[in-house]
Design a protein around this ligand. Structure first.
Ligand SMILES: *[C@@H]1O[C@H](CO)[C@@H](O)[C@H](O)[C@H]1NC(C)=O
Ligand SMILES: *[C@@H]1O[C@H](CO)[C@@H](O)[C@H](O)[C@H]1NC(C)=O
Ligand SMILES: *[C@@H]1O[C@H](CO)[C@@H](O)[C@H](O)[C@H]1NC(C)=O
Ligand SMILES: *[C@@H]1O[C@H](CO)[C@@H](O)[C@H](O)[C@H]1NC(C)=O
Ligand SMILES: *[C@@H]1O[C@H](CO)[C@@H](O)[C@H](O)[C@H]1NC(C)=O
Length: 464
């Protein structure tokens, strides 16, 4: 509603703007429950810089709550036998290049902003505290994200994540070597240690960048997408298009800064300052007042477009670059399934793998999840408002893919959850298919999808 009212109003004089803002704020506060009071209205548009809680709002009431109807086995006669959890690192500081952009826009606002925008005094009083050396490090909230996820997974899979399995080396941890991932792994383990009161024990983990940072070494991805501006031309077009131009002008009008000085980098700096202040400190900062919800939807779409063309369905190599992780997963599932069928004990009961959005999004895409009927492009923002590919829901901090196997009377069954919510794999009937049917569905990938081949630079097979 807010987003519909404000754009028209912003065409009129600036003093009207502040009146409307106050009206909007008071109605927002009046209808908000206490737990919402400090949550910016933009919070669900933060994309990959959003809180995990935005994808699962019930966690705001109890961070250790699980949705027991979403955690059910295929039937009461099935026994869980394996869990693989592939998890993005927790909440982090901005990276150094982004911190430089924050500085630039902050200094523009400090020196140039003027007029009677009601939050201007608060904006001018805001002190820049981000430092380049914070460069993408995990923050306290990020450690809590992983500690709490670990404890919820114990509740969801109580017979798999047990003290005996932990100490019996049947729970394996693998992580990207990046500090935010290693620290997320340590926080996840800390959550388990607290839960099981095994404070003294040292839990091991393995660094594996070939598996968790395949995007660095996949030449075809690096050359044709990462370093190729043409690969993201839809993003560039959208950022220069009418919707984004309007967001820039509205921002410039609020601050009484010439249009020429409010760039796309500036819009992103202000928007993500709101996001960082909120996710890192839990603060609803004055930066959040520079946008209404209609603006937020446009900036969100720009972010989703970028993820779509760099990591998602936009280019075939994006998902294919995760073939190594796909095979790692299915090799393990098949090994477990055959151990179960031959009544042997399962050797690797739980596998926890910690990486990045660049690790997880390509794999979800390879599995065919969150695929819209039409591509996300620079010209279809209005028709994509209800899109499945919404990174705030799919890929917030601590986003996770959970793959569980169950020993059922009629065979081994598989369940997939994304961010603890059950999903149905494309082409399969229902959320708990037989593992054999899953293998049939992914037959082409299981018999192909060779990492070295798809990542070769001059390879026709990897082409779209
Ligand atoms: C719990 O899970 C069920 C089944 O997936 C879903 O329908 C329901 O909306 C979930 N409840 C909450 C509070 O998210
Ligand atoms: C994270 O881990 C690194 C070592 O990998 C350590 O030096 C650092 O202090 C940890 N904490 C943060 C917040 O990065
Ligand atoms: C950790 O690794 C060491 C050396 O490989 C091994 O001796 C020890 O049992 C492992 N401990 C745990 C809890 O995984
Ligand atoms: C604003 O833009 C104009 C025109 O591009 C430029 O000359 C000026 O230096 C800019 N001012 C600031 C503060 O960036
Ligand atoms: C795609 O189209 C089909 C048929 O019109 C519809 O049932 C389905 O929900 C659509 N999927 C998405 C993700 O929009």
């Amino acid at each position: 509603m807010v987003g519909k009212v404000l754009p028209a109003v912003f065409l009129s004089a600036a003093f009207h703007v502040s009146i409307v803002y106050l009206a909007v704020l008071s109605s927002y506060c009046a209808t908000a429950t206490p737990r919402d009071a400090g949550i910016p209205a933009l919070a669900r548009y933060f994309n990959t810089k959003g809180r995990y809680e935005e994808a699962n709002p019930y966690l705001l009431d109890d961070i250790l709550a699980i949705n027991s109807s979403a955690a059910k086995p295929p039937s009461p006669t099935c026994t869980p036998v394996h869990l693989t959890a592939i998890i993005r690192h927790g909440t982090r500081f901005p990276t150094a290049p982004n911190i430089r952009k924050l500085y630039k826009f902050h200094s523009l606002v400090k020196t140039e902003a003027d007029g009677d925008f009601s939050f201007l005094p608060q904006l001018k009083a805001w002190k820049m505290w981000y430092k380049e050396e914070m460069d993408g490090r995990l923050v306290a909230k990020g450690r809590a994200d992983h500690r709490h996820l670990a404890q919820r997974l114990v509740k969801t899979f109580p017979s798999l994540l047990t003290k005996e399995n932990l100490l019996g080396l049947r729970v394996k941890f693998t992580t990207s070597s990046k500090h935010r991932c290693v620290n997320s792994t340590l926080a996840f383990q800390q959550g388990l240690k607290e839960h099981f009161s095994i404070e003294g024990e040292h839990l091991n983990f393995t660094l594996n960048d070939a598996l968790m940072r395949f995007f660095d070494t996949c030449a075809r991805l690096v050359e044709t997408v990462e370093k190729n501006k043409k690969a993201v031309e839809e993003v560039t077009r959208f950022n220069r298009g009418p919707e984004m131009k309007r967001v820039q002008e509205k921002l410039a009008d609020r601050l009484q800064i010439p249009y020429a000085n409010v760039t796309m980098d500036g819009v992103e700096a202000a928007f993500y300052l709101c996001a960082y202040e909120f996710t890192i400190l839990g603060v609803n900062s004055p930066w959040c007042q520079l946008f209404d919800e209609a603006d937020a939807q446009v900036v969100e779409y720009s972010g989703d477009l970028k993820q779509y063309w760099k990591k998602g369905f936009g280019h075939d190599i994006n998902s294919k670059s995760s073939c190594v992780l796909f095979h790692d997963l299915f090799n393990r599932l098949s090994a477990v399934a055959s151990q179960v069928r031959s009544d042997q004990p399962v050797s690797e009961v739980v596998t926890v793998q910690i990486g990045h959005a660049e690790t997880l999004l390509p794999l979800l895409t390879l599995l065919g999840l969150f695929k819209d009927n039409t591509s996300l492009t620079s010209i279809n923002f209005p028709s994509q408002l209800g899109r499945a590919f919404r990174c705030g829901q799919i890929m917030p901090y601590t986003a996770n893919l959970l793959v569980a196997l169950y020993d059922c009377p009629d065979g081994v069954r598989l369940q997939v959850r994304v961010n603890e919510k059950p999903v149905t794999l494309p082409g399969l009937a229902g959320p708990s298919p037989l593992y054999e049917d899953v293998k049939k569905q992914y037959h082409q990938l299981l018999t192909g999808c060779d990492q070295d081949t798809v990542c070769q630079l001059n390879n026709l097979q990897g082409q779209n």
